[in-house]
Design a protein around this ligand. Structure first.
Ligand SMILES: NC(=O)c1ccc[n+]([C@@H]2O[C@H](COP(=O)([O-])OP(=O)(O)OC[C@H]3O[C@@H](n4cnc5c(N)ncnc54)[C@H](OP(=O)(O)O)[C@@H]3O)[C@@H](O)[C@H]2O)c1
Length: 221
């Protein structure tokens, strides 16, 4: 299958959480990320063709997903949402970078039309987004490298479908706890050791006051 080379890049606390609590913006914990680590994140954004977050991250964090802390080109923003539930004043719909909304046949036609005034909208699936087909479409549009910045539901669906090549983590030196707080990877999880995704540590280093780890996913066979 021809698909973009895909890397998940995430800020995670020592206990693997992405944010303070379910429904809270991760911008809160990112206040503790220093300039050097922020530049590391933006350097990756400047190198990739596309950047993707789940629709819940758009609704909760309202990110821009642009390159700001280094000099570089903005990647194309890609947002999967089954029902096209993206606020029309969301920052990802501003004109500073192109945006592609990936949605399904069940998205209300009126909402799709409104989004089309600000972004490209692609229908990809009946009730659920067909992630494999989505990756083919993106590849054929010239997106050969794709950075995924969460959240945990999107991370799970991409990983379980075998669509992720690398994970890069910016470690946040604190613990937030909480059974229901989103972690790096959510979803139903794997239930056997045969199924778990195996990783190889490729690099570890310090940026500012943050440990960075870079992991490659080991594909079987
Ligand atoms: N620390 C970090 O680096 C970081 C980064 C990003 C996010 N976060 C945090 O993560 C939390 C959000 O994570 P989340 O798990 O609730 O949501 P999420 O993964 O951001 O978004 C999930 C949503 O994406 C849409 N979607 C459509 N097709 C999908 C598919 N095949 N697989 C997965 N998602 C699909 C669905 O929205 P529809 O209902 O519209 O279909 C789904 O509800 C927020 O608190 C945010 O602050 C942290």
């Amino acid at each position: 299958m021809r698909r973009p080379y895909t890397l998940i890049v995430s800020e995670v606390t020592i206990d693997g959480k992405l944010t303070l609590r379910r429904g809270y913006s991760s911008k809160e914990i990112m206040k503790f990320m220093d300039e050097e680590a922020t530049r590391y994140l933006h350097q990756i954004r400047a190198k990739v063709d596309g950047i993707m977050v789940g629709a819940e991250t758009v609704r909760t964090d309202n990110p821009f997903l642009t390159v700001r802390h280094v000099v570089g080109r903005n990647p194309i923003r890609i947002i999967p949402t089954r029902t096209a539930n993206i606020p029309l004043d969301a920052n990802i719909l501003k004109s500073d970078a192109p945006t592609i909304i990936i949605t399904t046949e069940k998205a209300p036609e009126e909402k799709v039309k409104k989004l089309e005034e600000k972004a490209e909208v692609i229908i990809c699936g009946k009730d659920e987004i067909d992630l494999i087909h989505m990756m083919e479409i993106l590849y054929n549009k010239g997106i050969k490298s794709l950075m995924v910045e969460g959240g945990s539901t999107l991370n799970w669906n991409l990983i379980k479908t075998g669509l992720v090549d690398e994970i890069r983590l910016i470690h946040m030196p604190f613990i937030v706890g909480g059974d229901d707080t989103p972690t790096l990877v959510g979803g139903e999880g794997f239930s056997s050791l045969e199924e778990v995704v195996k990783l190889k540590l490729r690099a570890h280093f310090i940026r500012g006051s943050h440990l960075i780890t870079e992991w490659e996913i080991k594909f079987e066979g």
